[in-house]
Design a protein around this ligand. Sequence first.
Ligand code: ADP
Length: 898
Amino acid sequence: MSGGPGLFERWRGRSTPAPVEPEPPPSVPAVGLQLWLDDSARVQRMAGPLRCALALPVHGDMRLQDCVQPYSLLVLEGEPMDWQAQPLDLDFKAAGGGTLHTRGWLLGQPGNWMLQLFDIGDLLQHRQQSMNAERQRHLTSHLAAELRDCSIERLGQVAQEQLQWLVRHWRASGVRILLQGEQGWQTYASSNGPVHWPTDEDIGRLLDRQVPGQMVSSIAHADLQVLIPQADTYLMPYAQGQIARAWLVCVGPLEALNAVDALNACAAYAEPLVSRLAAFELQQQSERLDSLQLQLGAGWWQWRCNESTLQVDPGLAASLGIPAQLTLGQWLSRVHPADREAAQLAFAELQREGCALHLSLRLLDHNLAANPRWFRLCGQVRGTGQQRRVQGFLIDISDIKAQQLQASAAQARLENLIASSPAVIYIQRYVEGALQSDFFSASLQPMLGWEPESSGSLQPGQWVHPDDQALWLARTRTLLREGQVRSRYRLCDRYGGYHWVLDEARLLRDDLGLPVEVVGIWLDVTEATEAAERMRESEERYRVLVEDSPAMICRYTPELNLVFGNQPLADYLECSTTQLAGMNLGQWLSSAQREAFVERVAGLTVEQPVSTAEICLELPGREHAWWVWSDRGLFDEQGRLLEVQAVGRDNTQVRRTQQQLMQSAKMATLGEMATGLAHEINQPLNVMRMAVVNALKRLENGEVQADYLQDKLKRIDAQVLRASRVVDHMRVFGRRSAIEQQLFEPWQAVEGALSLLAEGLRGKGVVLRVEAAAQQPKVKGHQDQLEQVLINLMVNARDALLTQREQQRELQPWIALRMEANEQQVRLLVEDNGGGIDPRLLERIFEPFFTTKPVGVGTGLGLSVSYGIIDAMGGCLSVDNGVEGARFCIELPVHSTS
Ligand code: ADP
């Protein structure tokens, strides 16, 4: 290929063989090489300087064909005669295995032929070099064009394709390109194929050992392989100035390549790649910067000190609504008046002193109604002389400023809160095992009268009440041991008074767990403590009151289980107060009483928490006891009954007296009815007598018939029955009432009353108008007592009627007895035409002992007892004047409709 020994052969350490010692020059000096041939091309003689370069010594039998390279035999076909008159290009085998390129002509001479040849090796080499240079130009321009013209997205792929192309072109095994990355030199692209590559790290270590400037220049003019000890691996730098920007690693025998070509190709490849990547990186950086500026509301500014104009980043200028280039005066006019002077002075100082500028200021928005925006203005002087300028940036800190304002407002509020809080916040520093006061909030002054500023030197221990000093010391010990404490003690104020404080303190430790300081709070709980004390005393008083009270006092659950009972209750129930707890009140009540009791307690509500009733108990070893019992319900937040507090009074004696009174009243009624009753009994007696007389008459006349006698005897029997019924009823009526109330139909009481009175009334000429109701519901109480009420009313009516008739002879007296009933109520109305009651007396007639009747006639008890009976049945007795006389109305609640 090349005339001289190739560069790469030298790199591979092949030494050039020593040239063959030339033969002594021929006697006829000549140029080039002359060969004399016979007709069969046998070499007869040689001459000329080139003959020394031939490989074979000339011997007698040697033919020209023996001296040339095999491919030159084509030129030497036939006899010498055939070769004349044309240029002959012959390549001779040269000494040392090389080739000697020659061109010449065959000249016919007498008896032989002379071949005149010249060395054309230089010419060929020159041509080869031009061709190589052409190829190289093509290669480099192709590489550069491909890499320059492709899109940035395809750059990586094109780089790889071009390496592939380079590999083919150089007939190498593989080529890869290394660029400076974040972690040093890194492969950017690599040709395909199985190649034994050194790693990036190895190459990086190799390159790091070089001083870049020296390395590049030395390599550019020296062996490409200098850095790689392995055979067939080459490193080619691409440098800008003295700095390597890329390295091409090539593996394979680069025999056909010289270092300059290789470095040129490397530069042609790497230059567009590096510059495009750098441009791309720059573009991205610029985009990132723009976006950053945009997001931060920031931008640069520049001010040339000897000019009056200020340059501002166009994006920022647009957002501020100012021109990108403006005078300092114009710019200052956009600064908020409050910050303008400071800005002006800062710029003046900057110009004068050249120190750095740091300023926070407000810039007015072009929309003047909007709030001014806060900016941080920074700048520093660069350059000197004509080039002296201030460069800096403006950054929008409105958000931070707003937060700062909020934070300082919050802090001010907090400080205000701490200062105005009724609690004192204090800090004690931990110094060598002791706690020293460091801070007291302003509320110390209103609370204890001490000034917070001067109190730093004061130790709270000095203010502690002498009786509480042990508590104070225990508080400090607990705090240091457990990290927190809650205690209560008295502190002396400035005026000598003591305050109860609730102290909540916490110990703060550092990273190592060592105590740093104590943060605590004092709450003035004097009032609460005193109130609690008063409460305790008051409770004590109440406890004494409850325990010593003659009334029965207890607390019980809604299930009637006693929680507490005082001594009087225990006495009644014949046990101790401790035994009372857990006992059930129901055990002393009859089932009906218990049912009524539970129902009453269940009816307690938050709105009506109190209920009073008279309850009847069956106490151990006693007759019935009557207690007036007052309950008060205690409820939870949801209004559920939790407990009942009750106060009771023994009413048995009163009850008995009442009963006796009732009985007396009853007896009095009976007495009053005596005439009527006599009439009532006389009537059947008369009938019987008549029957007996008539029967006897017939017997005497001897005209007695069995039928007649039977009829008379039946009549007598019926009258006996009638009389005995009246007497029976009188006996029943005269009995004491039963203890407990019962259910009964009220009409039965009406009938009972009528059975005792009807005949007597008729006998007096009083007409009875009786009207029953369709329904017969049941009421609760004592039938005999209702009967007594009705008798009272009817007897009173009778008396009024008889009195009236004395004045008014023509009066037709009547008493109307009417019953009305519905689901809820029964009404019994007793009306007469006896002239009524003086309206002035209406209110008084139910009073005990009120009577208008003459002494010895009226007792004045009838209506008052009647009122009590109806009231005990849960009903109401009322009176008004009707058209002709008084009208009494008994209203009773219905208990059962069946
Ligand atoms: P007493 O009948 O012994 O007087 P009461 O208590 O029964 O006692 O009655 C009180 C008074 O009420 C009577 O004295 C009478 O003046 C008046 N009174 C009661 N019933 C009537 C009536 N039907 N008409 C007029 N006055 C009546």
